[in-house]
Design a protein around this ligand. Structure first.
Ligand SMILES: *Cc1c(COP(=O)(O)O)cnc(C)c1O
Length: 229
């Protein structure tokens, strides 16, 4: 049994985390990539502090949340007792939440429109905090999904840099659920490369090993660690 698709028993998150870690190590070896070049983001959305604490105690320090309000409600208490925790916002961001997002998160994976760029630029300057920014690409060009269309990515990244003065670290994508992800990961990597971006946030519970093979530097893994939501 591999870590992928193996839903952990609730309450067994430390073992599930270890299984995910082992699978990441295996994928890194196969990809001839240094393990240190891949960051595991444990996606704790919908789970409360009691569910998250065992994963922190098992040594995990990087966590992902998809809602600013939810993260604000549960993380300050957790980060006050354990140092070195990094929080990544992986869900959609509204301009009116940019202030709270810049204050709380160490990385934002959902930069996907000019109004967000503008709001982030303002908050980054006034708070003098610099979360790592990822542009979200709607890699499958799905109408219901957030993100910049692949053929608009170069122009958008240029405007993030030139119009808003933002430092973009990399790209994030969520491939269509009903398609093999490899081609989508490969295209995301290609867009990043031609724009001089080194970081790639791609791969979730079902496909993180494939993403690592195709260059992921950040994998966002929720249910394989915490169980079903
Ligand atoms: C929920 C979520 C994940 C984690 O998904 P799992 O399939 O539970 O690993 C990753 N990325 C984003 C953007 C998410 O919203």
């Amino acid at each position: 049994m591999t870590a992928e698709n193996a839903a952990p028993v609730t309450g067994d998150s430390p073992n599930a985390l270890a299984a995910v870690e082992a699978e990441i190590a295996r994928a890194c070896k196969e990809a001839r990539t240094d393990r240190a070049s891949v960051t595991l983001i444990a996606v704790s959305k919908t789970f409360d502090a009691d569910a998250i604490t065992p994963v922190i105690d098992a040594g995990q320090r990087v966590f992902g949340e998809n809602r600013v309000q939810e993260a604000k409600g549960k993380w300050p208490a957790l980060t006050s007792v354990t140092s070195g925790i990094a929080l990544h916002l992986i869900g959609p961001l509204q301009s009116n939440k940019a202030k709270e997002a810049v204050a709380l998160f160490d990385a934002i994976h959902s930069v996907d429109r000019p109004s967000i760029c503008q709001a982030l630029a303002k908050e980054i300057e006034s708070q003098n905090r610099h979360p790592e920014l990822f542009v979200q690409i709607n890699i499958g060009e799905e109408p219901q999904k957030a993100g910049i269309a692949p053929d608009e990515a170069d122009a958008f990244i240029a405007s993030c840099r030139e119009t808003y003065g933002l430092t973009i670290a990399g790209l994030m994508c969520i491939p269509p659920v009903d398609e093999p992800p490899a081609a989508h990961f490969a295209l995301t990597a290609k867009i990043a490369e031609r724009n001089g971006l080194k970081k790639l946030s791609m791969g979730m519970s079902a496909d993180f090993a494939t993403a690592i093979m195709l260059g992921a530097t950040h994998v966002r893994v929720g249910s394989a660690i915490f169980g079903h939501r």
